[in-house]
Ligand binder design. Structure first.
Ligand code: HMG
Ligand code: MG
Length: 306
């Protein structure tokens, strides 16, 4: 199949990237990160999540961050809302501060569903249904994240059939598009393609995105394997930040810088200025006191200095 000529990236750094940070990160730093990402050409940014602060303390400043960001026309700002309480909190702000899209997040494996959101897959869908309906009624887009689509930290391998079942449940409650997530980064190309195909049985190719953590260094090749199926939406994290607090040992998402380097090298447009993106990654990494976790960033910064 001919590869897509354009790719849409969602930077999940401010949310997936920072949710796992042990050290406090000031809301001002998160806001500045969002500003730098949009200045670099990102048109979709996952900003924060409205989850329990007892479960994920780093996202407790959700309202402050949504209040502080200066919105740029043409940019879609999304937030995670696992239940009605989360949606109500997101919508308790003035309308101009509402997210453009909310994300409900379920799992293809039962054990991860319990660990991450404290309920079974079936219960999670029951919880999501009114959230999805209420958001859509208000004109807010709805995405569904599907965790553990190839492997689970508690159950091991996950069958494509389980992914297909979850995708169908998401579709049935009105979720508009879904993320096929390799939460712990164990996937390899053919397994990721099987998870994608199980999802594509229920959603059109424009409504499916890849979300690959890079624990085993497979995220770029899994991106390419997804492009081969026509998938052209992907999530990544500036400077390779992150990991899920309920998936021990899992590292961050693939670095946006590395994905952009690969795509531009293949002649695939992203609308992103790689140099400005690298600077955004350096900004947040310095704030966290470490180096960006991106090979392309490192190599290109060495070249700049030469
Ligand atoms: P629960 O304990 O079952 O909820 O948690 P509950 O309804 O029984 O309520 C218990 C307490 O939480 C109550 O407070 C509620 O008010 C409060 P208390 O009376 O004890 O003081 N509460 C909330 N507070 C703020 N916002 C809310 C909210 N809901 C309840 N929305 C719950 C269930 C889902 C809330 C909890 O399990 C939770 O917050 N989980 C979040 C887990 C999380 O954020 N994980 C990381 C994001 S997912 C991810 O990273 C994967 C992804 O990247 C894709 C991939 O890579 O796989 C998306
Ligand atoms: Mg994730």
């Amino acid at each position: 199949m001919k590869l897509p000529s354009r790719v849409q990236l969602i930077d999940v750094g401010p949310r997936d990237g920072l949710q796992n940070e042990k050290q406090p990160v000031a809301a001002e730093v998160k806001i500045e990160l969002v500003h730098r990402l949009q200045a670099a050409g990102l048109t979709e940014i996952e900003v924060t999540s409205y989850v329990s602060p007892k479960w994920v303390p780093q996202m407790a400043d959700n309202a402050q961050v949504m209040h502080g960001i200066r919105r740029q026309p043409g940019v879609r700002y999304s937030v995670l809302t696992p239940n009605m309480k989360g949606l109500e909190a997101a919508l308790s702000a003035p309308r101009v501060e509402w997210p453009d899209e909310i994300v409900v997040f379920g799992s293809a494996s039962e054990a991860f569903s319990q660990k991450n959101i404290n309920c079974s897959i079936a219960e999670s869908i029951e919880r999501f249904a009114p959230v999805v309906a209420a958001a859509r009624e208000k004109g807010i887009a709805v995405r569904g994240a599907m965790s553990c689509t190839v492997g689970c930290p508690y159950e091991g391998e996950v069958a494509p059939e389980a992914v297909g079942r979850l995708a169908k449940l998401m579709k049935d409650i009105g979720v508009e598009r879904v993320d096929v997530a390799d939460t712990i980064g164990v996937g390899t190309p053919r397994k990721v393609q099987a998870a994608m195909e199980a999802t594509l049985a229920h959603f059109g190719v424009d409504a499916v995105s890849g979300h690959f953590h890079d624990t085993y260094g497979q995220a770029l090749v899994n991106t390419l394997a997804s492009l081969e199926l026509g998938v052209w939406n992907f999530q990544s994290s500036v400077a390779g930040l992150g990991g899920c607090p309920y998936a021990k040992g899992a590292t961050g998402n693939v670095a946006t810088e590395d994905v952009v380097y690969m795509l531009h090298g293949m002649g695939i447009a992203t609308g992103i200025d790689l140099d400005a993106l690298i600077d955004a990654g350096v900004y947040i990494s310095q704030a966290l006191g470490r180096e960006p976790n991106s090979r392309a960033s490192k190599a290109l910064r060495v070249k700049r200095g030469a």
